[in-house]
Design a binder for this molecule. Structure first.
Ligand code: ADP
Ligand code: MG
Length: 448
């Protein structure tokens, strides 16, 4: 609906901004089909760009939008990590919370198209995992690797490989039902289904998958009834020759709080680990990322970065994104001093992980409203506002999708979260106290 409008805005902005800025910040944006009639949601390729636009380009974009449409009252920049691929919609099995009434196919986060086997750089630490992933993708359910479990530390490429399998299968065969889900989403949807007395529908969507890709199973730790439910789904799929691929941060034997019978099933197939990349692999990954982002970085500097960021590929990529931003703002070349500066920042950012629980807790403390009231269905006006504030902050400071945020607030759907963000954005324009409150809650979270 907003595509035409956005095309007009793009054209206008391309005449206002210099080429480099336009290409870096504005051109990568796409209007979100779930935008409402008075709010234009623009999807950014990563969180950094979304935040940057929010702080530096919002006024310009908004006023340009208003030149073409007076019915738009707000512009939002959001990053959705898993943008839905509408072309494949018919073949994706989409886990969903039960009481959603909106059109799921047009919104639900699914596989990230960037996560492919081709874009996965191979090195000594991940070579075996990649080969296993490829074998499974080529013949799902037909190899001995069932289940395939990929384990390894944070940011080493587990999700990338897992989703690559899904993308590969969808690109080669249209007859498979692929389900990708994080165990956190599985858990939250399960709780939701219990509340709504809807377990049957919940399990049906998993039992009908041909390929179940489940990310981060360590999250099941201590969640007995969720494990129970998963155990039955696992058995059904396994017995009918469907492919199961799992990831976790530890080898199955070291996973605490998981039932023995589950752990033993995880070991029926193949368990492979991903080790941190060596220097050469880190350089190769950096190079690939820089190329993808049209960023020219000399070989020396690539090595310098790779030597200084060694633990985690996500962190490496964060450095590339920041370099891109700095180079664009300052219009300077990428030299060692700039890199040093950026490295300082990115290490700080990497150390901060904020959970939605923590945000709810801080909002609850600040406004003296009980945590449960914020989470659950309490309609009192003050409570509803606190909830919206907590949702808004969750979007701003975490990488969670709108779907996950909604699920953390008593299983609300993504459109409620969008409405909340929209409402707080608008209120903030007129209400300085609210803005200050929010800033203070955020700084209390230690995230900036
Ligand atoms: P994990 O799930 O293990 O925490 P991810 O799969 O999310 O890690 O990977 C973090 C980031 O690093 C992603 O953007 C991913 O594309 C990138 N990445 C990880 N491993 C590789 C690799 N071997 N080649 C290219 N990119 C990689
Ligand atoms: Mg992951």
């Amino acid at each position: 609906m907003h595509t035409l409008l956005w095309n007009n805005v793009l054209e206008k902005l391309s005449t206002i901004l210099d080429h480099h800025r336009f290409e870096t910040w504005i051109n990568p944006l796409t209007p979100d089909p779930s935008s409402c009639s008075d709010c234009l949601i623009l999807l950014a390729p990563n969180q950094f760009i979304a935040d940057f636009l929010e702080h530096h380009y919002k006024k310009l974009v908004f006023s340009t939008v208003r030149e073409f449409s007076s019915s738009i009252n707000n512009v939002l920049f959001l990053h959705k990590p898993f943008v839905f691929d509408s072309k494949n919609s018919a073949f994706l099995n989409i886990p969903h919370s039960i009481d959603n009434s909106y059109n799921k196919a047009s919104f639900f986060p699914q596989l990230n198209k960037r996560f492919t086997l081709e874009s996965f750089v191979v090195g000594a630490g991940n070579q075996f995992a990649k080969s296993a992933a490829l074998a499974v993708a080529e013949s799902p359910g037909k190899t001995k690797f069932n289940p395939l479990l990929i384990y390894g530390g944070v940011g080493l490429g587990k999700t990338h490989l897992l989703q690559s399998i899904g993308n590969f299968i969808l690109s080669t065969s249209k007859k498979h039902n692929v389900t990708y889900v994080t165990s956190e989403e599985f858990y939250l949807n399960f709780i939701d289904a219990i509340k709504n007395n809807n377990i049957k529908k919940f399990t049906a969507q998993y039992r009908t998958s041909d390929i179940l890709l489940m990310d981060d199973i360590q999250f099941f730790s201590g969640k007995e009834s969720t494990q129970e439910e998963f155990f039955y789904i696992f058995n059904t799929l396994y017995q009918t020759g469907k492919q199961i691929v799992l990831t976790s941060d530890l080898p199955p034997g070291s996973l605490k709080g998981l039932q023995d019978r589950l752990i033993s099933r995880f070991q029926w197939g193949l368990c492979v680990d991903i080790q941190p990349p060596d220097l050469e692999t880190r350089v190769a990954i950096l190079k690939k990322r820089a190329e993808e982002d049209n960023l020219s970085i000399s070989q020396d500097i690539l090595y310098f970065i790779a030597e200084n960021v060694s633990s985690n590929i996500r962190e490496l990529e964060g450095v590339v994104i920041r370099l891109l931003a700095f180079a664009s703002i300052t219009k300077s070349d990428i030299d060692i001093d700039l890199v040093k500066n950026v490295l300082k920042d990115s290490v700080k950012a990497e150390n901060v992980k904020i959970s939605i629980d923590k945000i709810i807790e801080k909002v609850s403390e600040y406004y003296k409203v009980p945590v449960n009231n914020i989470r659950e269905k309490n309609r009192r006006k003050e409570v509803a506002l606190c909830r919206q504030i907590a949702m808004y902050i969750s979007k701003k400071v975490t990488n969670h999708s709108l779907k996950t945020i909604g699920l953390n607030f008593g299983g609300r759907d993504h459109s409620t979260v969008i409405h909340a963000i929209n409402n707080i954005e608008t209120l903030k324009l007129y209400d300085d106290t609210l803005s200050a409150d929010i800033d203070s809650i955020i700084s209390n979270l230690n995230c900036y």
